[in-house]
Design a protein around this ligand. Sequence first.
Ligand SMILES: [Zn+2]
Ligand SMILES: [Zn+2]
Length: 185
Amino acid sequence: MNARFFQLLSGYVSPGVASSVSLAADGERVVVIDPGMVSNKELIISAIQSVGYSAPEVTDVIVSHLHLDHTMNVALFSNATVHDFMASYKDDSWENHEENFSITENITVVSTPGHTREDVSTFVKADSGLVVCTHLWWSSSGPEVDPYSHDQRTLESSRSMVLQRKPDLIVPGHGPSFKVSELRL
Ligand SMILES: [Zn+2]
Ligand SMILES: [Zn+2]
């Protein structure tokens, strides 16, 4: 059995800033990826309901990195364990994890530095194929050179590593999902 995957909201960077928000469900785990800035947090709640889940049912939240535009609404999920590049957090528990780790058999989190040193990408094996949620691209059009990157070469090597895994769909930080063939770089 594969995971179910939904891009709940497509991010954007102008006008305003909003994060792409996604949900992956696999067995008992309901995982939200990047509950960040949106025009109204109710949008996240209603998008989750529209795919058959509710905020209290969310067991895990993954943040792609630590910029607030991708973490702003983490507190909507009071029952969730929150995962970043370094550790998993629940209530007052802080457990460091390996650099790459799995939430379930079909949901894997991989270190992909470049936008920041603390970036991770989430791979989801879904019926539609292999999906990756990542901030290595903001949208299908790049930007090729990330103005926030601490090291563009590291970013490019993380992009290559992600593409080598042959994802069928990329969910970028601030745009609708796209196929690798649609990358306009
Ligand atoms: Zn960022
Ligand atoms: Zn961002």
